[in-house]
Design a protein around this ligand. Sequence first.
Ligand code: SF4
Length: 809
Amino acid sequence: MSKNQINPTPESLSDNGLSRRSFLKLSAYLGAGAFIATQPLNAIAAAVVETHVGEITKWHNCWAHCHSSCLLKIVTENGQIKRIETDDQGNDEFGQHQVRACLRGRSLHKRTFSPDRLKYPMKRVGPRGEGKFKRISWDEALNEVHTQMSRIIERYGNDAIFSRVGYGKPNGPYHYVSRFLNLIGGYLPAAGNYSSHQIDTASTYTYGDKGYTMGSAPTEMAHSDLIVYFGNNPANTRMSGGSDTYHYQVSKAKSSARTIIIDPQYTDTACGREDEWLAIRPGTDALLVEALAWVLITENFVDEAFLKRHCYGYDAEPAMPEKGLQALDASLGYKAYILGHGADGIAKTPQYAAPICGIPTEQIYQLARALGQAKAPYIAQGWGPQRHAAGEQTARAIFMLPILLGQLGLPGTNNGGSDFLFHKTDIAKMPEGTNPVKAKVPCFKWSEAVTRGKEMTALTDGIVGAPRLTTDVKCVFMYQGNWLLNQHSDCNATAKMLKDESLLEFIFVMDNHMTASAKFADILLPDITWLENSRVVAFSTHVTKTEHVIDPMYECRHPYDVFADLAERFGVKAAFTEGRSWDDWQAHLYELSRKKHPEFPTFAELSEKGTVRLPFDPNAERYVFKQFRQDPETHPLATESGKIQIYSHKLAKFAQTWTLPEGDVISALPQYTPTWESYADTQTRAVYPLQLIGFKSKGRPHSTFANVPWLKEVIEDALMMNPVDAQKRQLAQGQIVHIYNDRGTIQVPVRITPRIMPGVVALAEGAWYQPNEQGVDVGGCINTITRLRPTALAKANPQGTNLVEVRAV
Ligand code: SF4
């Protein structure tokens, strides 16, 4: 074994280096709402260095779903991982700043050596879902996968295989999964995802492309005088030295922009850095926007010239001439709707909105006037507000604020989308080939495709790419992910469906750990983890070639080799590999990437150095819609009108032609839509009076890292509840409670805090579902009680819309 190849055992690991004590100290700093990684540096050393006598340090990355690709230095001694450090190179000036890892990246070895690692290929022996498996050989496992999938393809067709990769923990570029499936005849893919399906849909109908979900970069805040965040908490979601929180912090310090946070929770992003926190009832952001719009219109803050030239549907603006679209009848437009001259006849005044939103009338006026008077307002939304029962409407509504003000396409502004660009400098992807199956099922409706796939059509269920599904789904092929159960909704009902072998006939899972989803596999294969893998990663500030730090543990194998072996059984190995090993593909794809990015070093140089900084100019313009703003006729949008689409004829048509469940609304204009289990659902609220929302914990991106004891210890999984609500229920701090509704019961401690508004409770998502003998989820998975009812337009997950009650155990 070379000195760079290390083969530890879990038993031999110690908590040396970043000790538990210093980890706790660091965590306490975070818990107080402090931003991590605010100290800077620069320039990078060799890929492998001997730092102290006997210690070897290698560069690696954290590949977690926040996409920050933070740099890690893995320190080993005598073949054992001693500790994980992070970027400490260079002068750390912004633009050359260190990409320092957060707590999650720094506890990566704890995830790698977790006792629940999958060690061997396994076959289910007990009833599905009980988690009983027997060890089998790789040959037996892959033969069984081949047999089962061939049988299903023969009997039902490739459309009966549903597959998606869980984005939470991809083990490098995973395009080999769909490449393999496409080569064997295809599969039913998902349309959209669990993260941003509603806002992506809203962006498409408003701006013509889902790419505008992500707006101007946070560096633009350096040129702003007012930052308004709707439900956005990067201090939890993207909290490292390379992430947007750091960019936000530095940029805000430059401009001293006034900051207003609109959120039911007083988040760490606020935490002393905000000028104002407006606590809003979940699901009512769209109504707040309407009241703001009423003030902006009636007090002449709207930019009529911008609306006339760049927008369609505010009043009676014409479309771009080549679009052949008549100007809208003004009575159907947004202005008429807000002023009460539209079909509902209701003026959307602050007085009308305040009792529903929970924000006092005067504060709504003040916010509207602040927006109207701002020179460069930066208005952004996180993805929490759109993950509700009418989330598409909420996202479209928030887009309306910069549109009304004419404040987009200018320095310091944003389009109302999210405040981050992923900062990725893409490495070329392995070609996936063409999927012969043309239909796609909305991501959140994959489980319905199991129970009633043959009934699902474009008009009733939002099937994309084909008029209908031709078969029920009979096989789930899941490489890495916890969406099979944990990240889906109504876990109890979903588990019941998964257990029924007359529905799903075969479940394939390849993963790192025995997750809640992995327990339902028929064949369960052990994947290598990030520290056992090699990969090239490019980020806006650096490009890294990681080598595996430890050899694959137990019988874990690289997924590329596993899919190549499966491809061989299907007779398509040559087409799958094109004669390349995984390392060959990396070098090949990197060379393709260098053609697009000449700033990249050669592959040999990168391999030698491990990581190389890329030029990152913090003063570069990073705001969206510059060209469209300057010359919309030459740079039209890909919308129906070529302009910003406020009124959508397509959506008006959907409203007439789609079959919608009772209570679901699709509207041509962005408008507040009261829904089931919202504050407006007084009937359900009479039984379950509290609105439950989920949020992203500092301890895990989704369910990844949820099994790391260090993180569990420092970041508690507790229900946040306002003292007013706790007093009503006579609950004490830290008391164990049951959160429940008709769908199930979760058991967690309660954290009584004024950081959540009365009437609302909050629980971090991503904890692993773990029902006890009474059926109570003692794992604390919020999806045990979220509702499996898709949204009206995108057919997406509304996991923030829930009504519950809480009682002491
Ligand atoms: S989880 Fe933390 S360390 Fe990992 S990429 Fe995200 S911010 Fe960086």
